[in-house]
Design a protein around this ligand. Sequence first.
Ligand code: ATP
Length: 322
Amino acid sequence: MQTAVSSTAAQPSSGATPSALAAESTTGSASAIEVQHLAHRYGSRVIYDDLNFTVPAERVVALLGKNGVGKTTLIRLLMGYLKPSGGQCRVLGEPSHALSPATRARIGLLFEGHLAYDFMSIAEIERFYRPFFRRWRRELFYDLVDRLELPRDHKIAHMSCGQRSQVVLGLIFAQDPDLMILDDYSMGLDAGYRRLFLDYLKRYLDQGGKTVFVTSHVVQDMEALVDEVIFLKRGGAVLQLPLAAFREGFRCFAFEQDGSAPPQPDAVIENVDLHGREPLLYTFATREQLTEHLREHWPQVQLGDERAMTLEDAFIGLTGKY
Ligand SMILES: Nc1ncnc2c1ncn2[C@@H]1O[C@H](COP(=O)(O)OP(=O)(O)OP(=O)(O)O)[C@@H](O)[C@H]1O
């Protein structure tokens, strides 16, 4: 069984373990999202059988996972679009399968970047959404969308993918939601519009009282905004910890070895990459802890220098390339 903070690997016996780092993530504040013992399967295919994690209120939390681990499925479950095979989720205090209209209005959902009503024009979609949201901020919608320099009677169906994304984001910011759930926020936006989106997100967060839950393959752009990361692995194992703790505690070392079998992931070694320019080993242990561990269990390994990592390198280092 997984706990709210868990990893597939057993824990090193001492030092900076994933769970020790993860313990720092408990904030004591109310939860915006709670996922408890969640199970879901499509036919006989199990996506998760005991998924547990919490998104604390007023935090920016990124759910990271490789293609196909079940990030979009999770959002469908959170919004009550899918019924889980077991367990439960609560969003803003209500069960996902019974979210009230008032609570739904407090959630800004970016889901696969699509707009259902693409036969409408820019002005029509704004008028259509407005009555559903008490705190509607029309000026935020037009501030974003007018940058596209399209006439307001331009049909959404006749827009490019990135332009539609801009409309979707305008609609979400105009809602002034308490919780934003963003499934793969980059959605075909070019670098400039991605930056613009991040500027808006920052302004939105600066108001205080806001929670953001974002799923992605990587969140390189958002690194400065994210408080916590949740790594979702195939089968539903999760590791949740503050981003700063992950960036400080997760390390990459080059290594050399004699001709015998390469080291394997174990209680201390999270991952080994033999496919790049040089063999690399990933761990939450310090150099001293790792050296001791290697001496005892993998004496054929000569530890080399520590390698600096971008967030993307670290993500791939933890979850593996393939
Ligand atoms: N309706 C469905 N019926 C059967 N299988 C499905 C269905 N929807 C998704 N799947 C499968 O469930 C798994 C998880 O899909 P999901 O879309 O949640 O992954 P994801 O983590 O969002 O992936 P990506 O990063 O590629 O968007 C995938 O293997 C997918 O093929």
